[in-house]
Design a protein around this ligand. Structure first.
Ligand code: BGC
Length: 384
């Protein structure tokens, strides 16, 4: 995009910012999707796409990491606020943030010992989390520039498709993998995130979004008062390195039972071996599903302060609920700092370390097959 066009977009963005300050009810707008530059990385342009629906809900997505940079939804007064942790410029992302808003892959979550065996052959991955490989290794999909394509708008949604081609052998994984993530912002106030992938050789695949939510709209507030429901009767307990032991344990009578709504902070400090190992919640829940792969509600999150609610539906079998235990005020020096438990992740995905657990649902993708998963974030308000 040339510089003159860039100024035009800046003017449009300025107007968008002005409009965003108005209560939603006073605005009647069409949905839209606009592109601006978000800076440069690896000598290449990083684009930022602003998707807006008819109610003014706005998702900003960048091509670096196919990441959600901000997500603005109305509170009970109709005021828009950003409900995910993120930055207004590219620099902090390049300096290293813990996967804020990113599409993580080729394998989201941990692989024990950075090692798996496929068809008798041993594969070694980067140890970027103690002895484990985490979120695709040293330079996973969150640290790659994706190719963006604006899809034709439908009557009820705007959509952006991002593509990343991961070479065979990249980060130690076999096969060239072509991954697509489509963000579809719908006028019914839902953001659908659709994943597709194909491969040239058998490989494990696990793609997930790593947004940190804080429904208050204020990233300085703790998420401990948020109320969470998780539709799961079991979870996968972990060892000291946060690797599943292989057991699918009942949540009955534990701090892991979120089948009825609970404030996140209400049990997080209780004497529980699993909470101690996770430094809080950092576990995978085994979602209750009518059928494997069925689209079903996984979690509902709400914040009484703002009145905002978030319902998450998914085709995936698992949900990693991470209560932001490793947020520690870093990275500093970029305006905003993100403190302990000021954001929480609800990562819909396959179970951690599945390549080393034959009993877990398989994450193996073979040539000729298409990996296909879908997660929907539905934004709402608590009844008054
Ligand atoms: C993991 C955490 C990790 C965080 C950021 C989450 O998905 O479960 O243990 O600290 O990602 O790296």
């Amino acid at each position: 995009m040339d510089a003159t066009a860039g100024r035009g977009w800046v003017a449009i963005l300025g107007l968008a910012t002005l409009l965003a300050a108005l209560p939603v009810a006073t605005r009647a707008a069409d949905h839209s999707i606009i592109e601006t530059s978000f800076g440069r990385a690896e000598g290449r342009e990083v684009e930022l796409y602003t998707l807006t629906n008819r109610h003014g809900i706005e998702a900003r997505i960048m091509t670096y990491g196919a990441a959600i940079v901000s997500l603005r939804t109305p509170d009970r007064e109709g005021r828009l606020g950003n409900i995910v942790l993120g930055f207004d410029s590219l620099a902090p992302y390049l300096a290293g943030v813990p996967y804020f808003g990113a599409a993580v892959g080729r394998y989201a979550n941990r692989i024990a010992g950075g090692h798996f065996i496929l068809a008798g052959k041993s594969y070694e991955l980067a140890h970027n989390d103690g002895p484990n490989s985490l979120h695709g290794g040293a330079r996973g999909f969150d640290k790659r520039i994706w190719q963006a394509q604006v899809l034709p708008s439908s009557a009820t949604a705007v959509a952006l498709r991002l593509t990343y081609r991961s070479a065979a052998g990249e980060e130690g994984y076999p096969g060239e993998l072509t991954a697509h993530v489509t963000y579809r912002l719908q006028d019914d106030d839902r953001l659908a995130i659709e994943y597709q992938a194909t491969t040239s050789a058998p490989t494990p695949v696990n793609l997930a979004n790593h947004a940190y939510f804080n429904l208050s709209g204020d990233p300085h507030l703790s998420i401990l008062n948020h109320v969470l429901t998780i539709r799961a009767s079991r979870f996968t307990p972990v060892d000291a390195h946060l690797i599943p032991t292989g057991e699918l344990r009942s949540v009955d009578n534990t701090a892991f039972d979120f089948r009825a709504p609970h404030a996140i902070g209400s049990r997080i400090e209780s004497q529980d071996e699993q909470l101690r190992l996770g430094h809080g919640y950092d576990h995978n829940w085994v979602l209750d599903k009518p059928l494997p792969g069925a689209m079903a509600v996984a979690a509902v999150l709400s914040d009484a302060l703002s009145g905002r609610t978030l319902q998450i539906e998914t085709t995936q079998p698992g949900l990693q609920f991470y209560s932001g235990n490793f947020l520690d005020g870093k990275p500093a020096g970029h305006g905003t700092v993100f403190d302990f438990r000021t954001g929480l992740c609800l990562e819909t995905q396959h179970f951690p370390d599945s390549p080393n657990h034959p009993g877990f649902p398989s994450t193996l993708l073979r040539p000729g097959e298409t990996y296909s998963e879908r997660t929907v974030l539905a934004f709402g308000l608590q009844p008054r």
